[in-house]
Unconditional design. Sequence first.
Lengths: 113, 117
Amino acid sequence: AQTVTQSQPEMSVQEAETVTLSCTYDTSESNYYLFWYKQPPSRQMILVIRQEAYKQQNATENRFSVNFQKAAKSFSLKISDSQLGDTAMYFCACLSGNTPLVFGKGTRLSVIA
Amino acid sequence: DTAVSQTPKYLVTQMGNDKSIKCEQNLGHDTMYWYKQDSKKFLKIMFSYNNKELIINETVPNRFSPKSPDKAHLNLHINSLELGDSAVYFCASSPPRRYSVSYNEQFFGPGTRLTVL
């Protein structure tokens, strides 16, 4: 069974600063996909960024980038130039084989003005 | 245009009642899901349907019964509601799995907050 672990229940960052959210995962599959979802107070689940395991290049979406370390099974999310609108719960998730999406327990990020 | 919609967004009911949550997607996806998010924000899969057929049924009480009249709809019916059923329920959909990650993204509905009194 696959597992996803987010070891930081809460984090805070000053506006315009950079913050990194940690995620580790475990799967026996050789091909899998990793995602970061954002859930603002509106509770809508919004996909932030995604990574295919067989791609070595780290994914980037504007101010969001990942550090994918396959051997260490680590998939951290870096948010640059943090904005107040980035305040949300962030979930790391893994999809592999025929199993459904498995989520970590989430990290609550607060951006402080 | 709403991709995945759920109704109602809020549902408040008494213990012991039966209620349904409806979900519809207009993305032409084959697979639909129900997730439960508890008070600690933990998201867990409940059911998955592919082309109207149940493919995943996690350890969920049989008071919960999903129904898929067609591949665009996946409704969740809950019998004899209990206090512990209070949560946010998310519907999601995804296209058939491919090797490109863009086909593996799940699209979530806005969620239904269920409160059992």
